[in-house]
Each structure stands twice: as structure tokens, then as C-alpha cells.
Design a binder for this molecule. Structure first.
Ligand SMILES: [Mg+2]
Length: 340
């Protein structure tokens, strides 16, 4: 799959003379859900009660379908409310959530199948050389699994470029069948030292993920399409993954992500933040069972020109904020020129 645009939907909330900002990456329809369904739910509620507000928003979206677009909308507003709460208290979100680590480990993510070899090599060298990353991820599963020869040659290329040191991850976005993923997983892990096999089969196929997990040396990961904590409970119950991925812009914002992290911890699993690295940073610094956060090429590109305070990685890590109140991220002056 390829895409030529990324939509960002920004939500803002206000109380007591302060503003909070949140966002999600999703359809413009997300904004309509916020305007029509979430504004009436959130207006007048206590800014110090994000969890209660999150539950009220979920209730409001029950009939229109809580997953997908609605959950993106809930996530954007929830993040904005947490940002607002911290600002009302005059503290960074890291004070509110606590910090078990000073900086958040991130891994470089991109390596699209549409790249030629030179572009892939340049990107890998940039992540490792400029940003000090010791783990990187490329896409595989080209043409819904029909390009497995090129998948293997691109993984081989990545390992050649990286040398023996950095960890190499692959993401198939659900393109393979169980048998195909099992066979390829052996090659990826055995021949090229791949340690992370993301969505080897569709994340709708929890039993299939579990079968690949049993057969593969690499850790199996999934969860980017998880829209609530109950989905993650089913995923864990099925034994589908070695590491849960959850996305603050989809899974119910900071409220949903923290609940998911606690659920994982209760099952001796780690959690990884999917994309939106700058939004994940404060909450990723706060949980004991974090593995890492995905530093996604596309979101780096978008965040850099849309939001102030979006720091570039150093030494393979991101700071969980800049010390200012809230999450420390604000829409840039001039961002309106990208508005639709
Ligand atoms: Mg993925």
C-alpha cells in the first residue's frame, strides 16, 4: 500500500484561562465527530477528571460505533484534556504522570517498500548515524505477500547497511498468511537477526498471530488498530503477541494508553508506543513496562512543521517534554495554511 497524504485532526479544550491541545492522525470525519458528539459531552465537565470524561465520551459514541474514527476523536480530546489539566496545575505532564525514566527509547521506522535500495540505505544510515538509534524497522509484505523475494532482499540489504550492531525490525502490516509468515519469519530471524516481527498476519486474526508467535524466534508484535482496552485484553488472552503496541491517538488517548500499559504489566508484557512519537513521550516515560516508542518517518515530517516543541531524537531517545507545562507541544503559528 502507498499513500500520498496524512490528515491531522487537532482538538483544543479550554478552562480557567488555559488551553489544552491534542491530535490524532485520521480522516477529516474525525473533526465532525468531535464537533457533533464530543463537544456537547465535554462542555462544562471538570477539567481535572479526564478518566470520567473519557468514559462519558465512550458512552456518547456507543451508537455511532466507538472504534475507528470515533476513537480517534476521543483520543485527540482526551490528550487535550490531560494537557489542559497539567497547564491548570502549572506542571509538565511528566510531573502529573511521574517518570520512571528521563528519556524515552525510540526506534527509526519507515523503510517503505516503495523506496529503492539507495533511499532505504540513506534512511537507515541517517537514523543510526545522525540520531544514534540502535533499533530500526522497515516494511515487508510488499503486494500483500506476493513480493517475498524482494522482502528478503530488502531485509538482507538493511542488515548489510546496519552491520551487526543495531537491532532490525520488520513490519508486514498483516500481509502474509500464517504459513508464509512462519517460513519467512525463520529466514528473517535466522539469516538476518530480525528480532521484531510486526503484524506478520492480520491483527484481526488473533489465533493466527499466536500461531506465528509460537513458531518464530523473533518477537511478534501488534496492536496499532486497538481502539480500547477491551481489544487489548482479547489480544493478550489469545496469546497473540510478545509485545503490545498501542497508539495514544487511537486507543483512547493518554487515559486509554495508561490503562493498556497496566493491563500488559498484569500479564508480564511490555508495551510499545505506535507512531506519534512526540505525543507518546510523556506517557512512555511514566510506565515501568515500556519497551520503546516508534519514531515514524511520516509523523516526524508532519510534526516538525505543524507543532512547536517536537524535538528530534538524540542518542536514540526523545525527551518526555521540554519542562514547560502540559506536554510542551503547540500548533505552530502558520499551521492554518495546511488547513482543509
Ligand atoms: Mg505497524
Amino acid at each position: 500500500m502507498a499513500w500520498d497524504r496524512t490528515d491531522v485532526v487537532v482538538a483544543e479544550v479550554a478552562a480557567g484561562g488555559c488551553w489544552g491541545t491534542g491530535w490524532t492522525y485520521g480522516s477529516p470525519a474525525t473533526a465532525r465527530v468531535i464537533d457533533d458528539d464530543l463537544v456537547p459531552t465535554v462542555l462544562g465537565r471538570d477539567a481535572f477528571d479526564p478518566a470520567g470524561t473519557a468514559r462519558a465520551m465512550q458512552g456518547r459514541c456507543r451508537k455511532l460505533g466507538r472504534s475507528g474514527v470515533a476513537s480517534g476523536a476521543i483520543s485527540a480530546v482526551d490528550i487535550a484534556i490531560w494537557d489542559l489539566k497539567a497547564k491548570l496545575l502549572g506542571v509538565p505532564l511528566t510531573r502529573l504522570f511521574g517518570t520512571v525514566r528521563d528519556r524515552v527509547p525510540v526506534y527509526g521506522s519507515g523503510g517503505f517498500t516503495t523506496y529503492d535500495d539507495a533511499t532505504t540505505a540513506r534512511q537507515l544510515e541517517h537514523w543510526v548515524g545522525e540520531w544514534g538509534m540502535d533499533k530500526v524497522k522497515i516494511k515487508v509484505g510488499e503486494s500483500w505477500g506476493r513480493g517475498q523475494g524482494r522482502d528478503l532482499s530488502r531485509v538482507a540489504l538493511a542488515r548489510r547497511v546496519l552491520g551487526d550492531g543495531p537491532q532490525l525490525f520488520v513490519d508486514a502490516n498483516g500481509a502474509y498468511s500464517v504459513k508464509q509468515a512462519t517460513a519467512l519469519g525463520d529466514r528473517f530471524h535466522g539469516s538476518y537477526g530480525v528480532t521484531w516481527f510486526e503484524e506478520p498476519v492480520s491483527s484481526d486474526d488473533l489465533a493466527g498471530l499466536a500461531r506465528v508467535r509460537q513458531a518464530c524466534g523473533a518477537d511478534v508484535a501488534a496492536g496499532e488498530y486497538g481502539y480500547d482496552v477491551w481489544y487489548f485484553a482479547r489480544m493478550i488472552e489469545a496469546g497473540a503477541v510478545d509485545c503490545v503496541q498501542a497508539d495514544v491517538t487511537r486507543c483512547g488517548g493518554y487515559t486509554g494508553w495508561l490503562a493498556t500499559a497496566a493491563l500488559c504489566d498484569a500479564h508480564h508484557l511490555e508495551i510499545s508506543g505506535h507512531c506519534a512519537p512526540h505525543l507518546h513521550a510523556p506517557v512512555a516515560a511514566a510506565v515501568v513496562n515500556l519497551r520503546h516508542v516508534e519514531y515514524f518517518h511520516d509523523h516526524h515530517r508532519v510534526d516538525e512543521f505543524l507543532f512547536e516543541g517536537a524535538a528530534a531524537p538524540e542518542g536514540g531517545t526523545l525527551p518526555p517534554g521540554d519542562g514547560s507545562a502540559g506536554h510542551g507541544l503547540a500548533l505552530c503559528a502558520g499551521a492554518e495554511r495546511f488547513a482543509s
